[in-house]
Structure formats: C-alpha cells, structure tokens
Design a protein around this ligand. Structure first.
Ligand code: ADP
Ligand code: MG
Length: 444
C-alpha cells in the first residue's frame, strides 16, 4: 500500500514525502479513503499507530475547497490535553505546508486574546480542549454552526478525564449535517454510547489488538519493594543503553519528588504532570525533545499520546492501575518501527494489576531479578524515609531486610537487560551493602 493509492492530492503527497513517510500505517490506509468520501468513522488503534495523520491528511484535502467565515470555524478537533492539541497543530503545519489553510489552537494556559483574534478572522481548523472551548462558547465568542467536520480524538482518555458531558454539549452546538470522526485506543461502553448518539452510520476501522503488544518493545517486570524503587531506578538509568527515558508514576506528588531525587543524584531529568501551568509544561517537554535532559518523569494524563521520537526506555515506576494505561505508557517507546525497552516495577501489592495487564495484552511479561545493591538506601534526605523506616520496624510488607536480600544471587533472563555493573554502584558512595546500616536507622 502506498500513500498515492489513497486518493490524496499531489500537494499532500509531497508534504507526506517531505515528512519522510514511505507507507501509510494500517489505520491510515483504512481510514483515509472513507474519510475522503465524507463518511463518519470510528478508528480504533493503539497509541503510536499514526492515528493523527489518518484524520489530518484527508481533512486538509477536504478543507482545501471552500472558505472560512468570521468566528465560524469550518472544522473542529477535540483533544483531551493541551500537549496533544499542540501536537495535532504541528501535524497540520507539517502536512499543510503546500496548502493555505488557517488554524487556531484553543487551549488553556495561554492568553485568550490571541486565540479570540484568530477566531474573529475565521479559521479552517480549530483545535481545542473541551474545557477551553466551552469557556469561549459561554462568552459568545464563537459559533459552531458552520462547523461541518468534527474530530473527537483520544476518546478513551476524554472519558478518563471526565470530558464526555462537555463533548455531548459541544456536539449539540454543531450542525446536524456534518462529518464526525472518532479515534480511540480502546472502546469502553461510554464511548460506544457517545458514538451511537453522535455519529451517523459510521464505518468502524479497528486495527487488531494484537498490535498492542508491540513486538518492538522488550518488556520486563522488575520486582522491588517500595523503598527500593529509587535505587533500582537509578541503576536501570545508568545502563549505557538508556539514551532517553520516560518514567511514569501514578501520582503527581510522586512525579515531583522523584524528579527532585533524580536531579539530586546527578541525572538530567525534568517533569510533566497535570498540575503544571501550560507554559511550564511545554517548556519541560521542550527540554526533553531538544535533548537538554534525557529523562522525563510523567503522570499518565500529562503524557497521554505524546509523540516524542526516539525514546529508548520507558520505566513504570508505579505499576499502572489500569491495564490500558500500561499499553499507552509503553507505547511511548518502540514507535514507528524503532525498538525500545519497558521496565515495570512491581511491589507485593501489584499482583492483580500485573495479572490484568497480562490478560489484556495476552502476554506474560518476563521478570528481572532486582540487582542486589539496588536495595541500599539513597543518600539524600527525602520525604519517603520516615515511611520506609516505619514499614520495616513493624515488619509489615517488607519482612526481609534489604541487606539480606542483597545477598541473593542475581538472576536475569537477558544479559542485555541486566542492570548496571558494580562499578556504577560506587558513584553514590552509599550503594554497597553496608551490614547493619539499615537496622541502625530503623532503631533510631
Ligand atoms: P497515535 O495518535 O496513533 O498515537 P501518532 O499519530 O501520534 O499516533 O503517530 C505516532 C508516530 O508515528 C509519530 O511519530 C508519527 O510521526 C509517526 N508516523 C505516523 N504515520 C507514519 C507513517 N505512515 N510512517 C512512518 N511514521 C509515521
Ligand atoms: Mg493520537
């Protein structure tokens, strides 16, 4: 299959060629022709399969005919997060470079003045997050009655973020006669319901679930106790093959604290989570994209669908609570044919989460044995210490002393993925097994 077989214009094919793409991905090959035929579609495919171009490309050709009118966008793309909205805008610029289309980005955290000005003039494409769009709508600054093409992207994440009522509202403000495209990595019942209500006789295109267990991603479970996570992470990150890594945590506070701790240990890291202001988030992301830092600590919401090239490693510092999140997280690596490695830390409490992940992906994930010295405490005085000491004193979840587990022989099913050699352990000065050290602390 070739891009030229899909019915796209010469200008678009040129832009696609400039982008360096040889062949459409399966979702693109199957979605682009019906979209060009003005059909409603539901596109289901895992993260990283090129869903963006499967609507951006045909939209550019559809919108090439016709003109925009003041305050009335001709098409609307809804994205769950500011970053994803910005990424879709970048895609429009990249593929639309031989077209004269106007675009506005409507996202929280940036000044509304410029956004309103752009809208006043009229735009061909409006890319928005639901919250900001509703704000503007209520102020009477925008009319959606001229909007004959709607894209609901990342629908499952919209659901997670509680945007479905907003989307329903927005849908009622668009003309009935329109084309609607819905894209999602998964199809939970509320999304199915949304599609039934707002799409007209849609064609469903589903790229096989089997693709979710991307063969290009080497996956490992790393058994750790909660208190050993940071040390184990540092060792993993010191492996020479780790060029760039995204570290996922389940909570925003963990993101912040972990980033601080990594920086104290001399790593070049930054962070991104839902509590940050937009300019700050984009700035952090830019640091990572530009290679100023090579480690990004992230929460699920902030990182959903982010398209960052060449991420060599993903580490789930916390095993995700939802199996879908696992697929999304590890999908940050091994993108578009590249290979990647994903490590997932598992504590004694994560058994059920892992079982659910393995059920969803239909794949058993191999286990790595944690490195002996991983278990040693870290030098910095951080917030987790008191909790750690308490846990041990009570002998609750971590009955074995760290020192004892440090004496276990290392066993790894893959030499390539074996954590860093002993030389690295000396870096911090505290990482060697120091008999009695932990006990002394606990007795304080
Ligand atoms: P999704 O929305 O499905 O998560 P994206 O649209 O963000 O995926 O695309 C994932 C990555 O694949 C991006 O880096 C994009 O540039 C790249 N990509 C998209 N289409 C192609 C293609 N036909 N050939 C090669 N790479 C592609
Ligand atoms: Mg996407």
């Amino acid at each position: 299959m070739n891009f030229a077989d899909l019915g796209l214009s010469e200008e678009l094919l040129r832009a696609v060629g400039d982008a360096g793409y040889d062949e459409p991905t399966p979702i693109q090959a199957n979605a682009i022709p019906p979209v060009l035929m003005m059909k409603d579609i539901i596109g289901i495919a895992q993260t990283g399969t090129g869903k963006t171009a499967s609507f951006v490309l045909p939209m550019i050709d559809i919108l090439a005919h016709g003109r925009s009118r003041a305050r009335m966008p001709r098409s609307l793309i809804l994205e769950p997060t500011r970053e994803l909205a910005a990424q879709v805008a970048e895609n429009f610029e990249k593929y639309g470079k031989y077209h004269k289309l106007s675009m506005a980005l409507l996202i929280g955290g940036v000044s509304m003045g410029d956004q309103i000005k752009a809208l006043e003039k009229g735009v061909d494409v409006l890319i928005a997050t639901p919250g900001r769009l509703m704000d503007l709508f209520e102020r009477g600054n925008i009319l959606l009655t001229g909007c004959s093409l709607l894209v609901i992207d990342e629908a499952d994440r919209m659901l997670d973020m509680g945007f479905i009522p907003d989307i329903e509202q927005i849908c009622t403000k668009l003309p009935r006669q329109r084309q609607t495209l819905l894209f999602s990595a998964t199809m939970p019942p509320p999304i199915k319901k949304l599609a039934d209500k707002f799409l007209d006789n849609p064609k469903t295109i589903e790229v096989a679930r089997a693709a979710t267990t991307n063969a290009n991603i080497e996956q490992w479970l790393v058994p750790v106790s909660s208190s050993d996570k940071r040390g184990t992470l540092r060792d993993l990150l010191r492996q020479p093959e780790v060029r760039t890594a995204i570290i996922f945590c389940n909570r925003k506070t963990t993101v912040r604290e972990l980033n601080k701790s990594l920086r104290r240990s001399g790593f070049r890291s930054c962070e991104i989570h839902g509590d940050m202001e937009q300019p700050q988030r984009l700035a952090e992301l830019e640091l990572f994209k530009a290679g100023e830092v090579n480690i990004l600590v992230a929460s699920d919401v902030a990182a959903r669908g982010l398209d960052i090239k060449g991420v060599s490693h993903v580490v789930n510092f916390d095993a995700p609570w939802h199996p879908d999140d696992y697929v999304h997280r590890i999908g940050r690596t091994g993108r578009a044919g590249a290979t990647g490695t994903a490590y997932t830390f598992v504590t004694a409490e994560d058994g059920e989460n892992i079982a659910n992940i393995e059920k969803l992906t239909g794949q058993k994930i191999a286990r790595l044995e944690a490195k002996p010295a991983d278990a040693a405490p870290e030098p910095e005085g951080d917030e987790e210490k008191p909790q750690r000491a308490r846990g041990r004193r009570r002998g609750g979840e971590q009955p074995k002393s760290t020192v004892r587990s440090a004496e276990k022989p290392r066993r790894s099913p893959a030499p390539r993925a074996t954590p860093a050699p002993a030389a690295d352990e000396d870096a911090g000065g505290w990482n060697g097994p120091i008999p009695g050290f932990l006990d002394a602390r606990i007795d304080l």
